[in-house]
Design a protein around this ligand. Sequence first.
Ligand SMILES: [Zn+2]
Length: 143
Amino acid sequence: MITIPLPFTSPPLRSNDRADWHAKAKTTREVRQAAAMVARRKRVKWPVAAILVWTVTDARRRDAGASAPTLKAVMDGLVDAGVLPDDNHRVVLSETCRIERGPKPAVRVELLPIDPDDLCECPACAHLFASVADFDNHRRTEC
Ligand SMILES: [Zn+2]
């Protein structure tokens, strides 16, 4: 697994924020560039599962999934930096976001290489999945 520590104390892009289009585009560019900068020279075997982890210091309830736009921008930056050849579903099998409690606020992305021998293929479209949950989600949403 490789870990990409990001220079943020919270995910800069959240699906429930109200910033205007122009501000969002600017933040997206900044997140993408920051990820590319931090990850430069890291290499990872793919396919991978990508996980954004937001470390918070209090017990407030938050929406873990709302950080998805930050993870998307990070994945684009990792492609820019050559860490991954692409961010399509054959390279990045899944993108998930979670929140954990810790001593300091932080945001990191973990890339977990998945052994292709551990994968199963969808009989209908050859989509690869790493888990039963992936499979269920795929059948519900894609084929
Ligand atoms: Zn399928």
